[in-house]
Design a protein around this ligand. Structure first.
Ligand code: ACO
Length: 403
């Protein structure tokens, strides 16, 4: 039995809620989710509408500032993103010294933390101006650093951002342009990238966002808080799942394409294997983002005239799994990661960069959530309690007597 009476008397009752599944950690006006009906809205606007009509930069502005921008506000925001897109030349030295095999999420998390050393607080700015510069730097430079990390991992020269390209076009250009083969921008892929990032832009108090808020609540600088978010996102139960999905689909392909043994394995309680890209803490129905992503897979492959056998395997797996009583009873449906990797593959993004793509998309959400916390006059230090279940009657035994 757990005795919490003393704590109850002095500090109020402590509730135990593993994984905080039913604990609200803050109030927020940014993102609304209804996990039973599969609804997701940013600042009140359905994500489907944004995916259809908005751009990633416009959606980022909406999340961070609360309203859709006017034409002037949007062009000023885009201009600023362009102005801040270069990365300090000395940071190249960092990239050079990571082992070639380093995972890009590890590199990104370290580099984002390092940004504070390269871009310290500027004298004479108001707090608001300082925050605006920091968030613009982050949005712009993280994208540049991601492309740099890719180029350097291949031993290729870095491609610098170009002021005449949009945010998303610049990213694709920095990733794939080369002196021997200039990158040819494809409007459909560009649109797909916008939609991919819009769908990832925020998701209320998920693990990485909660990490950003928690670390931020200690009043660390925004770079450090975002770096913590990137580290949390790396995990295979969270953003790392998009890489794991493709690895799982490839494994199914190598085993002849039949998903049934994998489904059986996922149902086995004695086996830690799970179907990657399936299940969600909040959605107990189809993830609305996965639906858009699935449609986008079909569209992107069609316009590019590509056939990806992994998409056939994924669809077949979904068909079988959603009809299976185990998955039905556990409310397990595809989440955003299930189809996203196939879109990224079509763009030419290597598998180990998938979670980095998620991170760039999630940045506006992390920033908006941090900003919301920081502007709350009652922003309290996150400090959960525990229910202690260890020994209480131990004594110090001198080392000679311990056997
Ligand atoms: N495959 C098989 N069984 C599963 C899966 C899955 N993908 N997901 C959950 N379950 C089962 C669990 O085994 C458990 O079964 P039991 O109650 O019979 O023991 C039950 O469903 C509940 O699982 P929990 O882990 O307690 O549920 P939780 O809400 O913590 O899990 C999570 C959510 C972590 C996303 C989980 O569904 C999972 O591991 N999915 C695979 C990884 C993945 O796709 N992650 C991406 C999530 S979306 C995102 O972060 C962007």
């Amino acid at each position: 039995a757990i005795d919490i009476s003393v704590l109850r008397q002095k500090t109020g009752v402590i509730t135990l809620d593993p994984g905080f599944a039913n604990t609200g950690s803050c109030t927020s006006a940014i993102t609304f989710m209804d996990g039973e009906q599969g609804i997701l809205r940013y600042r009140g606007i359905p994500v489907q509408e944004l995916a259809e009509k908005s751009t990633f930069v416009e959606t980022a502005y909406l999340l961070i500032n609360g309203d859709l921008p006017t034409r002037n506000q949007l062009s000023r925001f885009s201009e600023l993103l362009n102005e801040h897109s270069l990365v300090h030349e000395d940071m190249h030295l960092f990239f050079n010294n990571f082992p070639r095999s380093a995972h890009p999420m590890g590199i990104l998390s370290s580099m984002v933390n390092a940004l504070r050393s390269f871009y310290p607080t500027l004298e004479g700015l108001t707090e608001k101006e300082e925050i605006n510069i920091t968030l613009t730097r982050l949005l712009s430079k993280v994208r540049t650093m991601a492309a740099m990390a890719y180029k350097m991992s291949r031993g290729h020269a870095v491609v610098y951002p170009r002021p005449n390209l949009s945010y998303c076009a610049n990213f694709l250009n920095m990733m794939f342009d080369s002196p021997v083969k200039p990158y040819k921008m494809d409007e459909d892929l560009l649109r797909a990238l916008n939609v991919f990032w819009i769908l990832h832009a925020d998701h209320e108090q998920n693990c990485s966002t909660a990490a950003v808020r928690l670390v931020g609540s200690a009043r660390v600088n925004l770079y450090a808080a975002i770096s913590a978010g990137i580290a949390a996102l790396w995990g295979p139960l969270h953003g790392g799942a998009n890489q794991k999905v493709i690895e799982m689909l490839e494994m199914i392909q190598e085993n002849g394409g039949d998903a049934t043994p994998f489904i059986k394995k996922a149902k086995d309680r004695n086996d830690p294997f799970r179907l990657m890209g399936f299940g969600h803490r909040v959605y107990k129905t189809y993830d609305p983002r996965a639906k858009i992503m699935k449609e986008m897979c079909d569209k992107v492959l069609r316009v590019l005239n590509l056939h990806d056998p992994l998409l056939d395997i994924a669809k077949k797996l979904e068909e079988v799994a959603v009809e299976d009583p185990y998955f039905k009873d556990h409310n397990l449906y595809p989440n955003v990661d299930f189809y996203s990797g196939i879109v990224l593959r079509a763009m030419g993004i290597p598998t180990n960069m998938f979670t980095v793509m998620f991170a760039i998309g999630r940045l506006p959400g992390w920033i908006a959530q941090w900003k919301e916390g920081a502007s709350d006059p009652n922003w309290k230090l996150y400090r959960p309690r525990q229910i202690y279940i260890g020994r209480t009657d131990s004594r110090f035994v001198p080392i000679d007597e311990r056997g």
